[in-house]
Structures are given as C-alpha cells and as structure tokens.
Unconditional design. Structure first.
Lengths: 512, 512
C-alpha cells in the first residue's frame, strides 16, 4: 500500500520521465530469489488450514465488511482452525491466574489470586535463574514441568511409568513433531526416508515431509467404516512405497484430525504389530486425547497398549505428542506442547537433545500454562471448585456441540458425516453435482475448493476444503469445527443446509 | 531413576534367572534409531552455547553444590549465554504491566497498572479473535505489532520507509533466521547452497547450515584489527568455496557475536558492494543493535546504508533480524523476534509466508512484549518517567560492565580482548602454554575446551570455549558475558586472573 501511495505522489510531481517502480512492482528477473532459485521443497508447499484459499478469501471478506461493503452475511465465521478460545470458549481461570503471577511476581502477594495458583507460580519461578520469566530455560524444557507432565501421563495410563527425562517441551506440539521427523530423515543410502501418514490427515504432516524432502506414504482411512485404520491398507501402502523410499515411521492421529474417530484398543494393537513387523518408529499424535465426545469410545494411549502388550512390543521406540492448544485449556496462542519419547537409545537421545538445543528454548510462559494444566488444583485447594466447574462446563459444552454438529450435518441431503467421537472437527462428505465439478474445473479449482469458496461467498463461513487433507479420489469433503457457540453453530448448520440446497439446484438446472 | 528403582525391586524378588534390563540399559542393536540410521546432518551437530561440554559440566557442578559436595567455589556462574535477566538484571516494568493485563484482562480495570500500559494491553487484545490471548494469531504475526515494528524501524533509520508487510514475527529471531536459510537452500542443480558466515560466529549458524545440508563458507574476522571484516578475506573465501557450493547469501552479525565489534558505515558499504557483485542475499543479524557500549561507534543498520547508497543497491534483497531477547528488554524466555524482509519478489514472499504458516504461529505473549517494546510510553504518558529511568539504568549499567570487563580482561597477562563495543560478550584471546595444549590432546579435548573446563572446575565460572564459534587455527579464546552484576563481575575477573596465573604456572613447570 505504501508502494502505491508513493507511486501516486511521484505521478503528481513527475509529469515526464520514467516512473520509478516500487519494490513490489519491479520485475523479479534480476532478483536473487525467484521461484526457480528458492528451496524447491518450499515452492509448492501448502498449508490449507491457516494459509489456504478459503483463509485468504475469508480475510478479504472480513476487510470488506469493515469497509461496509454490502455482503450477504454480517460476519465471517472462522471454522478453519481448532481454536476454541478464538471462537468464544472461556479460558480456565486457574491457568491465567498462574500466568498473571509469573509475568508479574508482585501479583503473588496482592491477594488477588488464590493461594494454590500463587503456589504454582512461585514454584515455577523458583526454577528459573533469578526467578525470572525472561530468562532462558533449559532447551528441553523446565525440569519441574517435565516432572509434572510425566506424573500426568502416568496417571492417565493407570500407573504405567513415565520418566520425566523422556518428556521434551516445545513451542507447540507441531515443533516436536517436526523435530522427530527431522531426526528420522536418514539420507544415508541415497533413498528417501518414508513416513506413513493417514489420508485424510492434518496437512502439517504432508507439508513437513515435503519441507524435509521426505516421502509421504499415504494410507487411506476407511470412511465407510468410521474412518478405521485397515491393516490391509497399511500393508498395501508400505509395499507400494518401498519402490520409492525406505519406510521409517508411521504417524497415527488419535483422535483423528480431521476425521475425529477414536481408535479402539484392538485397532491400536494391530497397528503396533504392523509397526513392529516393518520396523517402523511410531509417531502417535494424541493432541486431542482429552477431547472425547462419546462415552463409549474412551481414549487409550499408544504407550499404554504397547506397554501392556509386553515383550517385544514394550521395547519399541515411539513418540507421543500432546499440546496445551487442545484439551480443556485450548491455549493455542501460548504455544506449548510436548513429546514423550520412549525407548530411545542414549546416543540418539543425545543427538535429539542437541538438535532441540539449536532451537534455543521453548517459551517460558507457555511452560507455565502447561504446569498449571498438568498440576491443577487438588480437591483440598481453594481453586478446585471453580476449576472443576469450568473444566466440566467446557467439556460438556464441547461434547454437546460435537453431537449437535454430527446430527445436523447428517440431516442435510447429500451430506454424510461420521460421528465426531473425539476432537473438534466435522469432516462431512458432500455430493457435488457433476455440473459443479465441471464449473470448478473451468475455474481451475478443485471441486471442494470451489464449493467451499461459494459457501464462504454466500454465508461467510470459512471451512477448509477436503483436498487439503487428502481424500479418496472422487470424494469431496471439507473440515469445519464444532467450536462456534451454540447459537452460532445453529445458524451455521442452517446456513449450510440452505446453501447446499441452492448450490445443488444451481448446478442441476439443466437436468430439471 | 525410575528404571533403577524398578530394577531394585526386580532384584529383590528375583533371586535367580536373568535380570530384565531397563530401556536405557538395553543394547541399541535392535533399535530402529541408531547413530547410523538417524539424520546424518544431526549426528555431529553441536550447540556449544547451551548444550556444550562446559554447560553439561556446569549443570553437574550445580547439582553437586546442591548435594553439599565440597567444591572450591560456592556457586556456578553462568556466563555462557546473553541472558541479562537470568544474571540479575531487572525487567522493564512497563512490559510486564502489559503482560499481566493481556494474560488476565481483569487486571485492566483493577487500578493496579498505569493507564498507558492498560491502553496497550486493550489494543493488543482487541486484535485477537474474542479478545483472547489463547487464540491463534496470524501466522506472520499480529498486524498491529507488525505495524508498530515497522514504525520503530523507520524511526531508527531516520525516516527510511519500513513496510509492515515486510515484518514477520517469530518465536525468537533464531526461528526467522532458520526460515530464511531454509528459503535460500536451493537444491536444484545438485550443488549445495553456500552461505558466508563469520568466524568466530554465533554457532547457531553453523548448526543450522549443517541441519539443512548447506555449505558454510567461513570468512575470518580480523582479530588484530578489532574483528574487522576484510573484503579481501571475503573474496578469498567465496572464490575457494565455489568449488564446493553455489554461494547464495552472506551473514553479517553486527554488533558481533561473540566478537562485539560494531561495523562502520564504510565497512557496511563495502560488504553491500561485495554482496551485489556476487549476487548474495544479505542476512544482517542485528540482534544487538541497541546494545551499544561505546559512544563513538553508533549502530547503523544495513538497510539504512543500502537505502542511502541508491540504485542499484537499494533494490537488493535483504533480511534484518532482531529479537526481544536483547536490547533493554532482554526477554529471552518469552521467545519473540522478527525479520524485516525487503525487496522480495511477490511470489517468493508468498512461498515464505506459506512456509511460516506451516509452523502455525508465533506465541501471543511474546508478541505482546514486543508491542510494549516497540510502542513504549510516550513523554506525556504516566509510565514514561519510570520507563525512562529503568531503561537508562539498564543501558548504563550494561555499558559500564562492558567497559569494566574489557579493561580487566586486558589486564591479565596472556589475555587480549578487543573492546566490547556492542552486545554483551567478552571474547578474549588466551595464551595457552604448549604443555597445556599437549595435556588437552591427551584428554581428547580442544585446548580451549580443556582450559574452560579447568576454569569451571576451579572457579565455577561457565564460559564457552572459542572452538565452538570458530577461530583462527592456533589461537584460543572463550566467550564470557558482561552480564554478572558488578560485584560478581569483579569477583569473576579476579578469579579468572588468579586461575590463569595458576594454570600457566602448572603447565610451564618443567620450563622453570
């Protein structure tokens, strides 16, 4: 915008001669960096959930609304991300009480905050040099927090031991996932390292593998069978992939993203056996482990199952990822997550720790939030009652909305959506009329992108087209979330229903 | 420790038969991940400033002190990192006032914090969905903060325009540096991408290039000439490197790290011309731009010089990096930094933005701190007086300590240290007696590592051996900081002096 206004001034004062071009207007031919000379892995990178076409268009619409341009909706509804607080869910008071004291220790003695929160803040600050939140913590994370995470995991798994030394904190779980993928990327024998990833899948994985020059071994989830993982599909995928790469690891997202299924113990066992057979490192993305929406499908961790299976399985190397961005806390903006890395050989562990140290350190405030999450008020502490009430409300509200969304999406003719058992995403399959598919082709768009952009244009709802997650060819989906508050969620599904009817009518006109 | 206790239980109950080994004790032969099968770029990675041998040994000593083991010192003095708050420097109240309100908006109306800080907090929260610090912000950073950073840079450079769209925030400057290096790593024609880096140099660069499989083109700084950058050295380095790689960029650290020199305008001009001639992307690491310790060597930004040089230089693509971890704020733990990326072609910019989006987002609290730093109290605002006093005190104290350290290190026989013009590091050159060099060799250590570990063993002072930064063969250094509070700094230099005398005496015994 600067460039344009400078240009305008130049045009006023310079009636003859050449007009100097702004940096953005200049031909890129003399640039050092062009699409041909940058990192080729980055050239076609996509991140549809936060930088894809519907996000960019959504921002444009929001700007137009600010400028009072007439649009057929009054607000943009962002359902592209699993961002509960951004969608109106409250935070848990106890966590922010702790934060207010770690960033300003004067608050510990002001009598504003409960004593248990103050105790957490004091103990946390005491682990830092000079009691200062502004100091560099240990590159692997603060020991106190790592110890409490280990206890938290141990409790989750009914007593199966968790060692604090196996816990590595990071700026969000995504950083840890990236670090483990990086570790796995052995370029030694000239063959690419391959990693099995589900399709559909949180697109971070495809992006990160591309970024690293690794091979994505796609395995399809079985939509007709509630997005189950079929071992035959895994076998077929790995067999076919061996021509192109050396398979190194398998990623499982449980509960699923974007698919929201929760794996059964039997399924987890089968996957572990498969991984053992093929010597695959297990990467269990268990970010949504606390977001269970249906009582009859409890979350069971990969580590628990693997441990209970006994030898040789309990010696397998695996990583499990979790984050402050999900669960009841949903502190996406604070960027704190962790990985539990088990059964690694000591020298590999040292290499991982040094690699993590090159990223300097995870942020301290996020670690304080994590501390408050994994070391919450106990029953005899003053914050307990409020904490219990708030967390119970958050979970029950999330559950309610998940059930509502599942039901309502399935009530739309031409839609089918597996139950949102865990997590916060609806990923409906949509019938798109052939004429619309043809129109999408003419527009140079994928059919589900075309559909999602039309939905946005007419309703203001931002979803993420299914092609960004991968989907069986010839099927079309999008990812939306359970997260709008109930009144907005009601309006959303009503708008979607109305839109879909109109869309189908428009693109089946000639057939009538 | 868990493994040991389980083992103990097993030993009690199992008097015959084989003792099962804990995960860490098991042979790694059956592991999927061994040093031979992990990412080979990570195998020999080093990060001496936070994960090197003196750090590991320092942690061990600290543990021993906790266990009341008798040691010749009472505390471990951490001078390995540029971490002012960790070393006892105060934070700036205004910044933490803002933080206490962004993490708990109830504090805005409690009357605890000044109105100008409240205004910043409110404006900051208003940019976030649902006014929530726990929401995902824009992957490139919050627009409000990016706008204020641009204004801040524009003011710094005497009005030379800075566009907010050119500013990208990240979890620390290191992340941005890594991102730009990643962008530059073009593997297209089969040749490695080369990046010129100074020697000595902040080891993050060498580590990141190794991590990316890029070629480090080392150029030596001229210690005898106050660590000047000699264009002939640059020419020699790039000519020699062309055999191994395609040179793509030049990194300049100004003020220097670990060398603490401040570049003159003439030197910057010469480097820009050199970069232009060789079509090198300029990466200006200007993290320490505000930490100027001597009045006669002001900081001048690469962007300012390049802009003032006019065409064709002002069209050159460059990146300048800065961080909340340095300057008066020194908020290392909050992890917020930024890069200003100028003159990029729009399609390359889009690729960069997508890449950044795959890292999800920089943390919101760090961005709030950055907002408070680049949009500080104005003269007519209530926090101004305190802010001015605090920031003035911090800078004057840092200056004083820098001068003191320079002087005292130079007073040690066998030491020479260029003036600490900018930044917070002393990087003295040390005469190490041949017998000590031989002893180091026997111990399998670099001479400066051997020296630094002896220093730690006797005094508790943790420094970083010079070999971790690179140094002219046959010269020995270490990096320490100006950051211990004055009483500790005095003791530190006195301890070093005494130690060095003893060390030299010990390793010249036979010669006496």
């Amino acid at each position: 915008m600067k460039a344009v206004s400078i240009l305008a001034i130049v045009l006023i004062f310079q009636t003859s001669g050449t007009v100097p071009s702004g940096p953005e207007l200049e031909s890129s031919s003399r640039k050092i960096l062009t699409l041909n000379t940058i990192n080729q892995n980055l050239r076609t990178l996509r991140m549809p959930t936060n930088a894809g076409p519907t996000i960019i268009e959504g921002r444009r619409k929001e700007q137009e609304l600010k400028e009072d341009k007439p649009l057929p909706f009054e607000e943009v509804l962002w359902t592209n991300a699993g961002d509960p607080q951004g969608m109106g869910d409250p935070y848990v008071t106890f966590i922010h009480d702790v934060l207010a004291m770690v960033v300003d220790a004067n608050n510990i003695n002001r009598g504003i905050y409960p004593k248990d929160a103050a105790k957490r803040a004091k103990a946390f600050l005491a682990t830092l040099e000079n009691n200062s939140i502004g100091t560099y913590p240990h590159p692997s994370g603060i020991e106190l927090v790592r110890r409490h995470v280990a206890k938290y995991i141990q409790k989750r798994d009914g007593g199966i031991p968790s060692r604090w030394q196996d816990i590595y904190l990071s700026n969000g779980a995504a950083t840890s996932i990236g670090n483990v993928l990086k570790l796995l990327n052995c370029q030694k024998d000239g063959s690419k390292s391959g990693v099995m990833i589900p399709v559909p899948q949180f697109p971070f994985y495809a992006a990160k593998l591309q970024d690293n020059g690794m091979h994505a071994i796609n395995y399809y989830l079985d939509e007709d069978n509630n997005w189950a993982i079929n071992i035959n599909h895994l076998e077929q995928a790995i067999t076919a992939a061996k021509e192109f790469c050396k398979p190194r690891a398998i990623v499982i997202i449980n509960p699923g993203n974007p698919t929201s299924q929760v794996l059964t113990r039997k399924s987890i066992k089968d996957i572990i056996k498969f991984a053992y057979k093929h010597r695959l490192f297990i990467m269990a993305d268990e970010a949504y482990q606390e977001n269970i929406n249906e009582d009859d499908c409890p979350f069971i961790s990969f580590k628990k199952v693997l441990s209970e299976m006994g030898e040789p399985y309990n010696k397998m190397e695996m990583a499990s990822f979790k984050t402050c961005s999900k669960g009841y806390a949903s502190e996406c903006g604070l960027r704190c997550g962790y990985v539990e890395l088990i059964n690694l050989s000591p020298d590999v562990r040292t290499a991982y720790e040094t690699y993590v140290a090159t990223q300097l350190t995870p942020n301290t405030v996020g670690q304080a939030a994590l501390e408050a999450i994994v070391n919450p008020p106990r029953e005899d502490e003053p914050s307990y009652e409020q904490w219990l009430k708030e967390t119970t409300n958050i979970f029950s509200s999330l559950k309610k909305r998940a059930k509502f969304l599942t039901k309502k999406l399935n009530s739309i003719k031409g839609y089918s959506c597996n139950p949102i058992q865990g997590g916060m995403y609806g990923f409906p399959r949509i019938d798109i009329p052939p004429q619309a598919i043809a129109a999408a082709k003419r527009a140079g768009q994928e059919p589900d992108e075309f559909y999602s952009l039309e939905l946005l244009n007419q309703t203001g709802i931002v979803v993420v087209p299914g092609n960004g997650f991968g989907q069986l060819p010839g099927t079309y989906h999008y990812r939306t979330t359970t997260l709008p508050q109930m009144d907005k969620l009601k309006k959303m599904v009503s708008d979607i229903k109305k839109f879909h009817k109109g869309f189908v009518a428009k693109y089946t006109q000639n057939e009538l």
